[in-house]
Design a protein. Structure first.
Length: 160
């Protein structure tokens, strides 16, 4: 007896169920995250009364990043037909945008570029390299060899 292949509707149901379950888990995780953040901020406020100054700024950046990720989650430009996309973006595919329209959209949406990563100053990178675990071991070994040379100057093998 041949096995029946699952119909396309069954796989669509499974996919919809999985998506709904993931969205519920995401909401639960957001609630847990907010609860943990509240607990952490309360404890930090108890320890340091000056802590409250930077908290509002951090909350704004967190909310903006969550909104941004949900914006990308609901993005459908890659799924719709080209004609619908041209209508949605209000663009003529043959003529493109006029200079004025392009300038206005650039003002509204900003440049089409990736934000750069903050560069670490060279002196911080140097300090980071010189204070690693193995670097500190080398520092200690070097200091011990010089101390051994100072204690016994006749034996120069401690220096090299």
């Amino acid at each position: 007896m041949a096995q029946k292949r699952p119909s396309r509707t069954n796989s669509q149901l499974i996919q919809a169920f999985t998506l709904a379950r993931q969205e519920l888990e995401l909401e639960e995780d957001k609630k847990r995250l907010a609860t943990l953040q509240n607990i952490i901020t309360k404890r930090k406020e108890e320890r340091d009364p000056k802590f409250d100054k930077g908290r509002k700024k951090q909350e704004k950046s967190l909310n903006n990043s969550i909104k941004g990720s949900e914006k990308y989650k609901s993005m459908e430009e890659h799924k719709i037909e080209l004609d619908e996309l041209f209508k949605k973006l209000d663009v003529n595919p043959d003529k493109g945008l006029s200079d004025d329209e392009a300038h206005d959209r650039n003002k509204k949406y900003g440049d089409n570029s990736l934000s750069g990563k903050k560069k670490t100053p060279w002196y911080l990178m140097l300090i980071h390299e010189l204070t690693g675990f193995f670097a500190i071991l080398l520092w200690v070994g070097g200091i011990l060899s010089f101390l051994a040379y100072i204690l016994d100057t006749e034996d120069a093998s401690n220096v090299y």
